[in-house]
Design a protein around this ligand. Structure first.
Ligand code: GP9
Length: 415
Protein backbone atom coordinates (compact mmCIF):
# COMPACT_ATOMS: atom_id res chain seq x y z
CA UNK A 1 0.00 0.00 0.00
CA UNK A 2 0.98 3.64 0.02
CA UNK A 3 3.01 3.21 3.23
CA UNK A 4 5.50 1.12 1.33
CA UNK A 5 6.89 4.18 -0.40
CA UNK A 6 7.52 6.11 2.82
CA UNK A 7 10.98 4.66 3.66
CA UNK A 8 12.17 5.52 0.14
CA UNK A 9 10.82 9.05 0.37
CA UNK A 10 12.45 9.55 3.77
CA UNK A 11 15.77 8.23 2.53
CA UNK A 12 15.72 10.41 -0.57
CA UNK A 13 14.69 13.44 1.39
CA UNK A 14 17.64 12.95 3.71
CA UNK A 15 20.11 12.68 0.82
CA UNK A 16 18.67 15.54 -1.17
CA UNK A 17 21.01 18.26 -2.44
CA UNK A 18 20.08 21.60 -3.91
CA UNK A 19 20.74 22.02 -7.63
CA UNK A 20 23.09 24.78 -8.73
CA UNK A 21 20.80 27.82 -8.73
CA UNK A 22 22.99 29.71 -11.19
CA UNK A 23 22.27 27.02 -13.74
CA UNK A 24 18.54 26.90 -13.06
CA UNK A 25 16.67 27.71 -16.24
CA UNK A 26 19.68 28.71 -18.37
CA UNK A 27 18.14 26.53 -21.08
CA UNK A 28 14.53 27.33 -20.33
CA UNK A 29 12.17 26.29 -23.10
CA UNK A 30 14.97 24.82 -25.21
CA UNK A 31 14.88 21.53 -27.04
CA UNK A 32 16.97 18.75 -25.59
CA UNK A 33 18.83 16.12 -27.54
CA UNK A 34 20.07 13.32 -25.35
CA UNK A 35 22.56 11.60 -27.61
CA UNK A 36 23.61 8.16 -26.47
CA UNK A 37 26.88 6.98 -27.98
CA UNK A 38 27.11 3.22 -28.23
CA UNK A 39 29.90 1.55 -26.22
CA UNK A 40 31.83 4.77 -25.81
CA UNK A 41 34.25 4.92 -22.90
CA UNK A 42 36.23 7.87 -21.61
CA UNK A 43 39.59 6.24 -22.28
CA UNK A 44 39.22 6.96 -26.00
CA UNK A 45 38.90 10.71 -25.43
CA UNK A 46 42.13 12.56 -26.19
CA UNK A 47 43.78 9.23 -26.84
CA UNK A 48 45.64 8.04 -29.92
CA UNK A 49 46.51 4.97 -31.91
CA UNK A 50 49.73 5.14 -33.90
CA UNK A 51 49.77 8.90 -33.47
CA UNK A 52 46.19 9.35 -34.70
CA UNK A 53 43.41 10.59 -32.44
CA UNK A 54 40.56 8.14 -31.89
CA UNK A 55 37.94 10.86 -31.46
CA UNK A 56 39.38 14.01 -33.06
CA UNK A 57 36.02 15.68 -33.46
CA UNK A 58 34.75 15.00 -29.96
CA UNK A 59 38.08 16.15 -28.53
CA UNK A 60 37.54 19.59 -30.05
CA UNK A 61 33.81 19.68 -29.46
CA UNK A 62 34.22 19.15 -25.75
CA UNK A 63 35.94 22.56 -25.52
CA UNK A 64 32.60 24.12 -26.49
CA UNK A 65 30.63 22.80 -23.54
CA UNK A 66 30.70 21.31 -20.08
CA UNK A 67 32.72 18.14 -20.24
CA UNK A 68 32.54 15.71 -17.32
CA UNK A 69 35.66 13.62 -16.87
CA UNK A 70 34.59 11.51 -13.89
CA UNK A 71 31.23 10.40 -15.16
CA UNK A 72 30.46 6.67 -15.04
CA UNK A 73 28.00 4.36 -16.69
CA UNK A 74 25.96 2.40 -14.15
CA UNK A 75 24.40 -0.28 -16.31
CA UNK A 76 24.15 -4.01 -15.82
CA UNK A 77 22.55 -6.74 -17.95
CA UNK A 78 20.12 -4.30 -19.56
CA UNK A 79 23.04 -2.42 -21.13
CA UNK A 80 21.80 0.42 -23.35
CA UNK A 81 18.30 0.04 -22.01
CA UNK A 82 19.59 0.38 -18.44
CA UNK A 83 21.25 3.66 -19.35
CA UNK A 84 17.97 4.87 -20.83
CA UNK A 85 16.15 3.73 -17.73
CA UNK A 86 18.44 5.82 -15.54
CA UNK A 87 18.34 8.83 -17.84
CA UNK A 88 14.56 8.95 -17.80
CA UNK A 89 13.83 7.86 -14.23
CA UNK A 90 16.90 8.64 -12.16
CA UNK A 91 16.39 5.22 -10.58
CA UNK A 92 18.81 2.31 -10.81
CA UNK A 93 18.31 -0.48 -13.28
CA UNK A 94 17.99 -3.98 -11.88
CA UNK A 95 20.69 -6.35 -10.79
CA UNK A 96 19.35 -9.12 -13.00
CA UNK A 97 17.66 -8.86 -16.37
CA UNK A 98 16.52 -5.59 -17.86
CA UNK A 99 13.81 -3.47 -16.25
CA UNK A 100 12.80 -2.57 -19.82
CA UNK A 101 11.62 -6.17 -20.17
CA UNK A 102 10.67 -7.21 -16.68
CA UNK A 103 9.00 -4.01 -15.44
CA UNK A 104 7.62 -2.30 -18.49
CA UNK A 105 4.15 -2.54 -16.96
CA UNK A 106 5.07 -0.43 -13.94
CA UNK A 107 3.82 3.01 -13.25
CA UNK A 108 6.53 5.60 -13.95
CA UNK A 109 6.77 9.32 -13.75
CA UNK A 110 9.59 9.70 -16.22
CA UNK A 111 11.17 12.66 -17.98
CA UNK A 112 8.77 12.63 -20.96
CA UNK A 113 5.77 12.83 -18.69
CA UNK A 114 7.12 15.67 -16.57
CA UNK A 115 8.33 17.61 -19.60
CA UNK A 116 5.01 16.95 -21.29
CA UNK A 117 3.37 19.02 -18.58
CA UNK A 118 5.62 21.86 -19.68
CA UNK A 119 4.65 21.64 -23.32
CA UNK A 120 7.38 19.33 -24.51
CA UNK A 121 7.06 16.61 -27.13
CA UNK A 122 9.18 13.54 -26.35
CA UNK A 123 10.65 11.28 -28.97
CA UNK A 124 13.15 8.50 -29.45
CA UNK A 125 15.24 7.95 -32.53
CA UNK A 126 17.05 4.68 -32.96
CA UNK A 127 17.33 2.81 -36.25
CA UNK A 128 16.99 -0.70 -34.87
CA UNK A 129 13.97 -3.00 -34.59
CA UNK A 130 11.49 -1.32 -32.34
CA UNK A 131 11.06 -4.43 -30.20
CA UNK A 132 14.75 -4.61 -29.28
CA UNK A 133 14.99 -4.23 -25.49
CA UNK A 134 11.20 -4.10 -25.56
CA UNK A 135 11.54 -0.43 -26.37
CA UNK A 136 8.23 -0.09 -28.16
CA UNK A 137 6.41 -1.18 -25.00
CA UNK A 138 8.61 0.57 -22.45
CA UNK A 139 8.69 3.89 -24.29
CA UNK A 140 4.92 4.01 -23.97
CA UNK A 141 5.17 3.38 -20.24
CA UNK A 142 7.72 6.17 -19.97
CA UNK A 143 5.37 8.53 -21.76
CA UNK A 144 7.12 9.08 -25.08
CA UNK A 145 4.98 10.52 -27.86
CA UNK A 146 6.86 8.98 -30.76
CA UNK A 147 9.49 6.33 -31.46
CA UNK A 148 11.30 6.53 -34.78
CA UNK A 149 12.74 3.04 -35.21
CA UNK A 150 14.23 1.05 -38.09
CA UNK A 151 11.00 1.05 -40.09
CA UNK A 152 11.03 4.87 -40.16
CA UNK A 153 14.52 5.09 -41.64
CA UNK A 154 15.67 4.60 -45.16
CA UNK A 155 17.47 1.37 -44.30
CA UNK A 156 18.96 -0.27 -47.37
CA UNK A 157 21.63 -2.90 -47.71
CA UNK A 158 24.20 -0.43 -49.04
CA UNK A 159 23.72 1.84 -46.05
CA UNK A 160 23.87 -0.98 -43.50
CA UNK A 161 26.57 -3.09 -41.93
CA UNK A 162 26.91 -5.35 -38.92
CA UNK A 163 24.17 -4.36 -36.50
CA UNK A 164 22.35 -2.39 -39.15
CA UNK A 165 21.92 1.16 -40.33
CA UNK A 166 25.24 2.98 -40.28
CA UNK A 167 25.43 5.94 -37.90
CA UNK A 168 26.15 8.55 -40.56
CA UNK A 169 22.86 7.80 -42.32
CA UNK A 170 21.00 7.48 -39.04
CA UNK A 171 22.16 10.95 -38.07
CA UNK A 172 21.25 12.55 -41.38
CA UNK A 173 17.76 11.03 -41.51
CA UNK A 174 17.22 11.96 -37.87
CA UNK A 175 18.09 15.55 -38.57
CA UNK A 176 15.36 15.67 -41.21
CA UNK A 177 12.89 14.18 -38.78
CA UNK A 178 13.88 16.62 -36.09
CA UNK A 179 13.25 19.60 -38.30
CA UNK A 180 9.62 18.51 -38.39
CA UNK A 181 9.14 17.89 -34.68
CA UNK A 182 6.92 20.10 -32.68
CA UNK A 183 9.05 22.27 -30.39
CA UNK A 184 10.16 22.28 -27.69
CA UNK A 185 11.17 18.65 -27.87
CA UNK A 186 13.07 16.15 -25.79
CA UNK A 187 14.64 13.74 -28.23
CA UNK A 188 16.75 10.76 -27.33
CA UNK A 189 19.00 9.51 -30.11
CA UNK A 190 20.88 6.24 -29.89
CA UNK A 191 23.75 5.27 -32.17
CA UNK A 192 24.40 1.69 -33.19
CA UNK A 193 27.49 1.13 -35.32
CA UNK A 194 30.05 1.07 -32.51
CA UNK A 195 28.66 -2.16 -31.18
CA UNK A 196 30.38 -5.44 -30.47
CA UNK A 197 31.83 -7.15 -32.59
CA UNK A 198 32.90 -3.73 -33.98
CA UNK A 199 33.02 -4.44 -37.69
CA UNK A 200 32.95 -1.94 -40.55
CA UNK A 201 32.99 -1.83 -44.34
CA UNK A 202 36.53 -1.27 -45.66
CA UNK A 203 35.81 2.25 -46.90
CA UNK A 204 34.62 3.35 -43.45
CA UNK A 205 37.84 2.41 -41.71
CA UNK A 206 39.53 5.75 -41.21
CA UNK A 207 42.40 4.39 -39.13
CA UNK A 208 44.36 1.13 -38.99
CA UNK A 209 43.34 -1.66 -36.64
CA UNK A 210 45.06 -1.87 -33.29
CA UNK A 211 47.85 -4.34 -32.64
CA UNK A 212 46.97 -5.66 -29.21
CA UNK A 213 46.27 -9.29 -28.42
CA UNK A 214 42.50 -8.67 -28.65
CA UNK A 215 40.85 -8.50 -32.05
CA UNK A 216 37.82 -6.96 -30.37
CA UNK A 217 39.80 -4.04 -28.98
CA UNK A 218 41.74 -3.68 -32.23
CA UNK A 219 38.52 -3.27 -34.22
CA UNK A 220 36.90 -1.11 -31.54
CA UNK A 221 39.44 1.63 -32.31
CA UNK A 222 38.16 1.76 -35.86
CA UNK A 223 34.46 1.79 -35.04
CA UNK A 224 35.00 4.47 -32.40
CA UNK A 225 36.82 6.52 -35.01
CA UNK A 226 33.97 5.94 -37.44
CA UNK A 227 31.36 7.03 -34.89
CA UNK A 228 33.33 10.20 -34.29
CA UNK A 229 33.25 10.99 -37.99
CA UNK A 230 29.49 10.42 -38.10
CA UNK A 231 29.10 12.64 -35.04
CA UNK A 232 31.06 15.34 -36.80
CA UNK A 233 28.80 15.27 -39.83
CA UNK A 234 25.77 15.40 -37.61
CA UNK A 235 26.82 18.21 -35.29
CA UNK A 236 28.27 20.31 -38.11
CA UNK A 237 25.08 19.93 -40.10
CA UNK A 238 22.99 20.57 -37.01
CA UNK A 239 24.89 23.77 -36.31
CA UNK A 240 23.69 25.09 -39.67
CA UNK A 241 20.07 24.39 -38.80
CA UNK A 242 17.73 26.86 -37.13
CA UNK A 243 17.23 24.37 -34.36
CA UNK A 244 20.76 24.66 -33.08
CA UNK A 245 20.36 27.88 -31.10
CA UNK A 246 17.22 26.55 -29.49
CA UNK A 247 18.66 23.23 -28.40
CA UNK A 248 20.94 21.80 -25.78
CA UNK A 249 22.94 18.74 -26.64
CA UNK A 250 23.66 16.16 -23.97
CA UNK A 251 26.09 13.63 -25.38
CA UNK A 252 27.01 10.64 -23.27
CA UNK A 253 28.42 7.12 -23.51
CA UNK A 254 25.91 4.38 -22.72
CA UNK A 255 28.26 1.73 -21.33
CA UNK A 256 31.59 -0.03 -21.81
CA UNK A 257 32.48 -1.58 -25.15
CA UNK A 258 35.51 -3.50 -23.98
CA UNK A 259 34.74 -5.97 -21.24
CA UNK A 260 37.11 -7.19 -18.56
CA UNK A 261 37.87 -10.24 -20.71
CA UNK A 262 40.16 -7.95 -22.68
CA UNK A 263 42.15 -6.60 -19.76
CA UNK A 264 45.46 -7.82 -21.01
CA UNK A 265 45.00 -6.11 -24.37
CA UNK A 266 43.80 -2.92 -22.65
CA UNK A 267 46.93 -3.05 -20.56
CA UNK A 268 49.03 -3.27 -23.71
CA UNK A 269 47.27 -0.28 -25.23
CA UNK A 270 47.26 1.88 -22.11
CA UNK A 271 50.69 0.66 -21.07
CA UNK A 272 49.73 -0.24 -17.53
CA UNK A 273 48.51 -3.19 -15.51
CA UNK A 274 44.74 -3.31 -15.40
CA UNK A 275 43.95 -4.17 -11.79
CA UNK A 276 40.54 -3.86 -10.14
CA UNK A 277 40.96 -0.14 -9.67
CA UNK A 278 41.92 0.48 -13.30
CA UNK A 279 39.11 -1.77 -14.51
CA UNK A 280 36.69 0.28 -12.42
CA UNK A 281 38.02 3.55 -13.78
CA UNK A 282 37.56 2.21 -17.30
CA UNK A 283 33.83 2.32 -16.63
CA UNK A 284 33.90 6.07 -17.06
CA UNK A 285 32.03 7.27 -20.13
CA UNK A 286 32.15 10.73 -21.65
CA UNK A 287 29.49 13.30 -20.90
CA UNK A 288 29.34 16.61 -22.73
CA UNK A 289 26.65 19.25 -22.51
CA UNK A 290 26.54 22.01 -25.07
CA UNK A 291 24.17 24.92 -25.42
CA UNK A 292 23.66 28.57 -24.70
CA UNK A 293 24.08 29.27 -21.01
CA UNK A 294 26.36 26.30 -20.41
CA UNK A 295 29.83 27.69 -19.86
CA UNK A 296 32.65 25.66 -21.42
CA UNK A 297 34.39 23.87 -18.59
CA UNK A 298 36.05 20.66 -17.58
CA UNK A 299 34.06 19.41 -14.65
CA UNK A 300 35.56 16.65 -12.53
CA UNK A 301 32.67 15.97 -10.18
CA UNK A 302 32.12 12.26 -9.56
CA UNK A 303 28.79 11.23 -11.01
CA UNK A 304 26.91 8.82 -13.20
CA UNK A 305 23.95 8.30 -15.46
CA UNK A 306 21.57 8.45 -12.53
CA UNK A 307 22.42 12.17 -12.30
CA UNK A 308 21.39 13.12 -15.84
CA UNK A 309 17.71 13.76 -15.23
CA UNK A 310 18.05 16.23 -12.33
CA UNK A 311 20.86 18.00 -14.21
CA UNK A 312 18.81 18.41 -17.37
CA UNK A 313 15.68 19.46 -15.49
CA UNK A 314 17.60 22.15 -13.64
CA UNK A 315 19.05 23.53 -16.88
CA UNK A 316 15.52 23.72 -18.28
CA UNK A 317 14.28 25.31 -15.08
CA UNK A 318 11.58 22.68 -14.85
CA UNK A 319 10.28 22.01 -11.37
CA UNK A 320 10.36 18.22 -11.35
CA UNK A 321 7.83 17.20 -8.77
CA UNK A 322 8.71 13.50 -8.73
CA UNK A 323 10.69 13.13 -5.48
CA UNK A 324 11.69 9.56 -6.27
CA UNK A 325 15.02 10.22 -7.91
CA UNK A 326 18.44 9.03 -6.85
CA UNK A 327 20.52 11.48 -8.85
CA UNK A 328 21.95 14.88 -8.00
CA UNK A 329 22.48 17.86 -10.30
CA UNK A 330 26.00 17.49 -11.69
CA UNK A 331 26.58 21.25 -11.60
CA UNK A 332 25.60 21.54 -7.93
CA UNK A 333 28.40 22.68 -5.63
CA UNK A 334 27.11 20.84 -2.61
CA UNK A 335 26.08 17.67 -4.37
CA UNK A 336 26.85 14.31 -2.94
CA UNK A 337 29.74 13.08 -5.04
CA UNK A 338 28.94 9.41 -5.08
CA UNK A 339 28.54 7.05 -7.96
CA UNK A 340 27.15 3.64 -7.19
CA UNK A 341 27.42 0.74 -9.59
CA UNK A 342 24.83 -1.97 -9.93
CA UNK A 343 27.35 -4.35 -8.32
CA UNK A 344 27.37 -2.29 -5.14
CA UNK A 345 30.78 -0.79 -5.84
CA UNK A 346 31.23 2.95 -5.70
CA UNK A 347 33.36 5.99 -6.33
CA UNK A 348 33.20 9.11 -4.22
CA UNK A 349 35.42 12.14 -3.93
CA UNK A 350 38.08 10.25 -2.01
CA UNK A 351 37.74 6.56 -2.72
CA UNK A 352 36.98 3.87 -5.18
CA UNK A 353 35.46 0.86 -3.45
CA UNK A 354 35.43 -2.22 -5.61
CA UNK A 355 34.84 -5.87 -4.76
CA UNK A 356 35.43 -5.23 -1.07
CA UNK A 357 38.70 -3.43 -1.72
CA UNK A 358 39.44 0.22 -1.24
CA UNK A 359 41.57 2.58 -3.31
CA UNK A 360 42.48 6.23 -3.24
CA UNK A 361 40.37 7.50 -6.13
CA UNK A 362 42.98 9.83 -7.54
CA UNK A 363 46.18 7.84 -7.12
CA UNK A 364 44.79 4.31 -7.31
CA UNK A 365 46.79 3.37 -4.25
CA UNK A 366 45.24 0.53 -2.27
CA UNK A 367 44.22 1.55 1.23
CA UNK A 368 42.65 -0.20 4.23
CA UNK A 369 39.25 -1.60 3.54
CA UNK A 370 37.83 0.15 6.58
CA UNK A 371 37.89 3.50 4.77
CA UNK A 372 35.41 2.27 2.17
CA UNK A 373 32.99 0.65 4.60
CA UNK A 374 30.56 3.58 4.80
CA UNK A 375 30.55 3.86 1.02
CA UNK A 376 29.72 0.19 0.54
CA UNK A 377 26.96 0.49 3.13
CA UNK A 378 25.38 3.46 1.40
CA UNK A 379 25.60 1.68 -1.94
CA UNK A 380 23.85 -1.37 -0.57
CA UNK A 381 21.11 0.65 1.09
CA UNK A 382 20.48 2.84 -1.92
CA UNK A 383 20.28 -0.03 -4.39
CA UNK A 384 17.90 -1.90 -2.11
CA UNK A 385 15.60 1.11 -1.90
CA UNK A 386 15.63 1.61 -5.64
CA UNK A 387 14.89 -2.10 -6.13
CA UNK A 388 12.01 -1.99 -3.67
CA UNK A 389 10.35 0.71 -5.75
CA UNK A 390 10.68 -1.17 -9.00
CA UNK A 391 9.81 -4.63 -7.69
CA UNK A 392 6.87 -3.26 -5.72
CA UNK A 393 5.74 -0.93 -8.51
CA UNK A 394 5.59 1.70 -5.80
CA UNK A 395 5.38 4.79 -7.96
CA UNK A 396 1.71 3.99 -8.39
CA UNK A 397 1.32 5.19 -4.79
CA UNK A 398 3.26 8.39 -5.30
CA UNK A 399 0.39 10.88 -5.34
CA UNK A 400 -1.44 9.19 -2.51
CA UNK A 401 1.65 8.94 -0.28
CA UNK A 402 2.61 12.53 -0.86
CA UNK A 403 -0.88 13.66 0.06
CA UNK A 404 -0.83 11.69 3.31
CA UNK A 405 2.64 13.02 4.18
CA UNK A 406 1.53 16.59 3.52
CA UNK A 407 -1.52 16.12 5.71
CA UNK A 408 0.71 14.80 8.48
CA UNK A 409 2.96 17.84 8.16
CA UNK A 410 -0.05 20.16 8.34
CA UNK A 411 -1.39 18.46 11.45
CA UNK A 412 1.97 18.54 13.21
CA UNK A 413 2.32 22.23 12.38
CA UNK A 414 -1.09 22.91 13.88
CA UNK A 415 -0.26 20.98 17.05
C1 GP9 B 1 20.37 -2.04 -29.76
C2 GP9 B 1 21.35 -1.09 -29.18
C3 GP9 B 1 22.47 -1.82 -28.52
O1 GP9 B 1 19.21 -1.48 -30.22
O2 GP9 B 1 20.77 -0.14 -28.36
O3 GP9 B 1 22.11 -2.36 -27.32
P1 GP9 B 1 23.22 -2.95 -26.32
O4 GP9 B 1 23.53 -4.33 -26.80
O5 GP9 B 1 24.40 -2.05 -26.37
O6 GP9 B 1 22.53 -2.89 -25.02
Amino acid sequence: DSNELVPALNYLNEKKSEPNSEMTGVAEGKNVIALSLESTQTFVVDNKLNGKELTPYFNDLKEEGAYFSNFYHQVKQGRTSDSEFMLDNSMYGLNRGAAFFTHSGNEYEATPEVLGEHGYTSTNMHANDKTFWNRNVMYDSLGYDEFYSKEDYDVTEEKSYGWGYLDEYFFMDSLDKMENLEQPFYNKMITLTNHHPFTLPEDKKYIEEGETSSGTLNRFFQTIRYQDEALKQFVEEFKKSDLYDDTILVIYGDHFGISENHQEAMGQYLDKDINEYEQFQLQRVPLLMIGEGIEPQKNDTVGGQIDLRPTIMNLLGVEDDNPVQFGHDLFSEDRRQMMITRDGDFANEEYVGVKGMCYDRETGEEIEEEACKPGFETAEEELAISDSIIYGDLLRYLDETEMIEEEKDDTSEQE
